[in-house]
Design a protein around this ligand. Structure first.
Ligand SMILES: [Mn+2]
Length: 309
């Protein structure tokens, strides 16, 4: 019976490439591991897989009765359906500890670094003493560039930079930062993409003091890529999403990776939470948050605090 390796819902580059890289490591250890994704790939991830000649993992959103491993999350809201009706064998992650629990002992490896790819590099190199295949190294390096926003994010650690540089050598990539800019451009593409798909490109639901809070993020090389018409369309979709999922709030971070800040769009039952969390009032459903680039480190913790207050 295969063991499925899955990243989170609304997969980003780290979730997809970490499923591939961890499945490859498990295969080296004799496990019949199959990498999977829980949703459509974003344009950046597609570009990354193409560059390193790796095919897209199969789609799987339900683990009922299956053996499986998780990468890049440990939150129930981001996990596959029926996570509690399958057998979870391992978690490799770099987020805050989520609410998934197990009846049996599992392999659990989480580190406070900027990317699951960095954790996996440690597993390959230091724990299992395996060399990383060149194409897998390319995927892991790309994930680090993506998750750390070219090493600019508040989540980036020296370990991430070191891992990316070593992986670039293994992958034979000379101009790592040029490749990072190419990826950022692909990540920024909004033209012709339905607004709903843009919201779900990098989207996560959170449980904050018993309330469902959705936070999407679009990383852009320029905020000007999202014009007013598109903003209105995004706002309409956010409203629908809020009603459909019985959510308390839906936020969309429009993150300008060059200016290093986020324009936060909000649809919420309580606009006061934004002011409580960030000290900024919403003006026409938006607020500019200077220096905020990381959902994990700069959005979720202050919002959680505001919701708990
Ligand atoms: Mn990640």
């Amino acid at each position: 019976m295969p063991v499925y390796v899955l990243g989170h819902k609304s997969p980003d580059t780290d979730s997809v490439t970490s499923a591939i890289a961890f499945a490859a490591l498990q295969k080296m250890l004799g496990v019949d591991a199959v990498p999977c994704v829980q949703g459509k790939l974003n344009p950046e991830t597609e570009l990354v897989l193409k560059k390193f000649g790796v095919s897209a993992p199969e789609l799987k959103t339900d683990v009922n009765g299956a053996e499986y491993m998780l990468v890049d999350h440990s939150d129930i809201k981001q996990a596959p359906d029926n996570w509690d009706k399958g057998k979870l064998l391992a978690i490799v992650d770099h987020h805050k500890l989520g609410d998934i629990t197990t009846a049996n002992p599992i392999l659990f490896c989480a580190m406070p670094v900027g990317c699951t790819g960095t954790v996996l590099y440690t597993l390959y190199k230091d724990v299992y003493k395996k060399s990383v295949p060149a194409n897998i190294a390319g995927l892991m390096m790309s994930a680090i560039l993506s998750d750390t926003v070219l090493f600019k994010s508040a989540t980036c650690t020296p370990e991430d930079k070191k891992a990316a540089e070593e992986l670039a050598k293994i992958a034979g990539v000379q101009a790592m930062m040029d490749w990072g800019m190419e990826m950022a451009k692909a990540k920024s593409s909004v033209e012709g993409v339905p607004p709903k798909d843009l919201i779900f490109r990098d989207y996560k639901d959170f449980n904050m003091s018993g309330k469902t809070v959705g936070i999407g993020q679009l990383e852009l090389i320029s905020l000007s890529l999202v014009n007013n018409d598109l903003k209105c369309a995004l706002h309409d979709e956010m409203q629908k999403l809020k009603v459909d999922g019985n959510r308390h709030s839906v936020f969309l971070m429009l993150t300008d990776i060059m200016k290093e800040g986020t324009e936060l769009m909000a649809v919420t039952d309580d606009p006061g939470v934004v002011e409580k969390a960030f000290g900024q009032k919403l003006v026409g459903n938006v607020a500019w948050l200077p220096k905020v680039m990381s959902r994990k480190k700069q959005m979720v913790p202050p919002l959680e605090k505001a919701f708990a207050a």
